[in-house]
Ligand binder design. Structure first.
Ligand code: TYD
Length: 140
């Protein structure tokens, strides 16, 4: 099941009466070594971001503020995760296609990546992605 390969991660709240605190540690509660962090904000419900698969990178997506949705597919199965809590994330392994959309105005989507940025490891054409997936594991 694709869902099993892309688990939802629940983080503990170490907060107290002063407010909440969530800790993310690579290879501890985050199942990847964290080499890169970026965040997406100022998007809205009219745009679709992502629209790519990565040959090398693994990601964890967390909406640290606001909310968004991510549609995850391997070309065969598909499911949608609603990222709407700073205490949850979703792990996305290599060679999985993702689209992020329905951003609330206050959405800040934090992305943890296992690699430094390399444009060459992105597949941005869905037909090309399906072709590579089919070559890797043909649907006979
Ligand atoms: P893009 O991959 O289109 O963003 P998204 O996944 O949200 O759709 O990236 C937008 C631009 O930023 C593009 O020119 C590549 C650049 N970029 C970097 O230079 N480093 C990075 O780590 C990322 C994620 C993007």
């Amino acid at each position: 099941m694709l869902k099993d390969r892309c688990p939802i991660l629940q983080f503990s709240d170490l907060g107290d009466e002063r407010g909440k605190l969530v800790v993310l540690e690579g290879k501890r509660n985050i199942p990847i070594p964290i080499k890169r962090v970026f965040y997406i904000y100022g998007s809205d419900d009219t745009v679709v971001r992502g629209q790519h698969a990565n040959r090398e990178s693994e990601f964890v997506l967390i909406n640290v503020a606001g909310e968004s949705k991510v549609r995850i597919t391997d070309g065969t199965e598909e499911f949608i995760v609603e990222l709407n809590k700073p205490m949850m994330g979703v792990y996305i392994p290599r060679m999985i296609w993702k689209d992020m959309y329905d951003f609330s105005a206050d959405s800040v989507l934090l992305v943890l990546a296992s690699t430094y940025y390399d444009a060459k490891e992105y597949i941005r054409d869905f037909e090309e992605y399906l072709k590579e997936m089919n070559e890797a594991a043909p649907n006979v």
